[in-house]
Design a protein around this ligand. Structure first.
Ligand SMILES: *Cc1c(COP(=O)(O)O)cnc(C)c1O
Length: 388
C-alpha cells in the first residue's frame, strides 16, 4: 500500500518548482513605519496599519486594562459565556461610525464574510461576485452553496448583463464586492452597484476591510466616501487593518444583525473576541472618530508620494488607485522580483506581487499616517536609481 500522505510532499515540490513557495518573515519590533524585519531595519511599505494604531499607547493601555479586568480568554461563544459589555460597546461604536442601526463583531473579517454570506443565501440563490474579490468573499460564496457568477473587475455592463440573464431564475440574489480592492487600490463603483441592486431586487454586500478608518470624511469607509450613508446594504469590515486590533464586523439594519446573531455559524459556533482585542478595537474606533488629523496625515502622505513620482519617475506606471494602496506596474514577474529584492537591500520593505495572485506583476506600496517625508523620499530615490 502506498503512503496516503506522500502526495503532500510531491505537491509541495510542485509549488517550489513553480516558484510559488511562500514562507514567513519575522518582525522583531513594534509595528510601525520602521520595523526590524529578519534582523534588518527597514522602512515598512507593506503594512495594513494605515493610521499607525497597532502600536498606539491608548490601544495598548485599553488592552492591558481589559486583560486585568476580564482575563485573557473570553471562555466561550457569545451566546454562552463569551459575551462581555465591551463587545456591545464596540458594536455600538461601529454602528455609530457607520451610521447603521446595529453591528455585530466576529473573531475575524474572514469569519464575518463566511458567516454573513452563508446566512444570507443558499442553494436556490444567486451570488454575483467581482473577479478581484478577496478570498474570504469567494470562499463564503462557495460555502453558501449558491450559484456563483463572477463578473469582470468593476464591470457594470457585464454585471447588468448577467443580472438580466440569470436573476429571474433564482430566489434571492446577493452582489458581493470589496470596496477598496486590496491588490490594486481602486474602488468599487458603489453608487452604480446600489442602483443595480435596487433595480434587480438584489442584496448588496461590500467589504470595507481596507476602507474603514481610511476612506470618507469621518473614516466610516467607502459608503461615506461615495455619499451613500443610510442606503440599505450590508457592510463587512475588519478590526485588524486601520483599527490596529483583531476581529471583524458586519454593520447594517437591526433586522439583519439580529438575524445574523441567530443564523451565522461562524459567529454562533466560535469563541467570542478576546477582551484585549475588543478593548483595543474600541479604543481605535474612538480615535478614528476623534482624531481626523491622523487620516489627514495619511492622505497627505499619499499625495506627497504621488507628486514625487510624477516629478521624478515619469516612466513609472501607477495602477489606478483612489486609496493608500499604490501599485507600480512592471513588465514581468522577474523584473518585479528583482525590484522587490533591490528595494529590500536598500532597506525598504515593498513586496513584489506576481501572478497568479494578480494578473500583472507589480510592486505594492501601502502608505501609513506614520510615514515621514524622509521615508517617502528614500522610496522614490531608490526607485529612481533602479531605472525601471
Ligand atoms: C484582510 C481582509 C479580510 C480579512 O480580514 P481579517 O480580519 O484579517 O480576517 C477580508 N476582506 C478583505 C477585503 C481584506 O482585505
Amino acid at each position: 500500500m502506498s503512503n496516503p500522505y506522500a502526495w503532500i510532499e510531491a505537491s509541495l515540490e510542485t509549488i517550489h518548482r513553480a516558484d510559488w513557495y511562500r514562507s514567513v518573515q519575522t518582525i522583531n519590533s513594534l509595528p510601525g513605519a520602521i520595523v526590524l524585519l529578519s534582523g534588518q531595519k527597514v522602512i515598512n511599505f507593506a503594512s495594513n496599519d494605515y493610521l499607525g494604531l497597532a502600536a498606539d499607547e491608548s490601544l495598548k493601555k485599553a488592552a492591558i486594562q481589559a486583560i486585568q479586568e476580564f482575563g485573557t480568554g473570553s471562555t466561550g461563544s457569545r451566546l454562552l459565556t463569551g459575551h462581555r459589555e465591551l463587545h456591545r460597546e464596540l458594536e455600538q461604536a461601529i454602528a455609530s461610525t457607520k451610521q447603521t442601526e446595529d453591528a455585530v463583531v466576529f473573531s475575524s473579517g474572514y469569519l464575518a464574510n463566511l458567516g454573513a454570506i452563508t446566512a444570507l443565501v443558499g442553494k436556490r440563490d444567486l451570488i454575483l461576485s467581482d473577479q478581484y474579490n478577496h478570498s474570504s468573499l469567494k470562499n463564503g460564496a462557495v460555502l453558501s452553496g449558491a450559484t456563483i457568477a463572477e463578473y469582470p473587475h468593476c464591470d457594470i455592463n457585464e454585471l447588468t448583463a448577467k443580472l438580466q440573464q440569470q436573476r429571474q431564475n433564482h430566489r434571492r440574489c446577493l452582489i458581493i464586492t470589496d470596496s477598496v480592492f486590496s491588490m490594486d487600490g481602486d474602488l468599487c463603483p458603489l453608487p452604480e452597484l446600489l442602483n443595480l441592486a435596487e433595480e434587480f431586487s438584489c442584496m448588496l454586500l461590500i467589504d470595507e476591510a481596507h476602507a474603514t478608518g481610511v476612506m470618507g470624511k469621518t473614516g466610516a469607509g467607502c459608503v461615506e466616501h461615495f455619499d451613500c450613508t443610510g442606503r440599505e446594504l450590508i457592510q463587512i469590515g475588519t478590526l485588524s487593518k486601520a483599527l490596529g486590533s483583531l476581529g471583524g464586523y458586519v454593520a447594517g439594519s437591526h433586522t439583519l444583525i439580529d438575524f445574523l446573531r441567530n443564523r451565522a455559524p461562524s459567529w454562533i459556533y466560535t469563541t467570542a473576541l478576546s477582551p484585549a482585542d475588543t478593548a483595543a478595537a474600541l479604543a481605535a474606533v474612538k480615535i478614528v472618530q476623534q482624531q481626523p488629523e491622523r487620516r489627514k496625515q495619511l492622505w497627505d502622505n499619499v499625495d506627497y508620494l504621488k507628486q514625487l513620482i510624477t516629478e521624478n519617475l515619469p516612466g513609472l506606471k501607477i495602477l489606478p488607485s483612489q486609496s493608500p494602496i499604490l501599485c507600480f506596474q512592471l513588465p514581468d514577474a522577474a523584473t518585479a522580483l528583482k525590484a522587490g529584492k533591490h528595494l529590500r537591500e536598500a532597506g525598504i520593505f515593498a513586496p513584489a506581487i506576481r501572478p497568479p495572485t494578480v494578473p500583472t506583476s507589480r510592486i505594492r506600496i501601502t502608505m501609513m499616517a506614520t510615514h515621514k517625508k524622509e521615508h517617502i523620499n528614500k522610496l522614490v530615490n531608490t526607485l529612481k536609481e533602479m531605472e525601471l
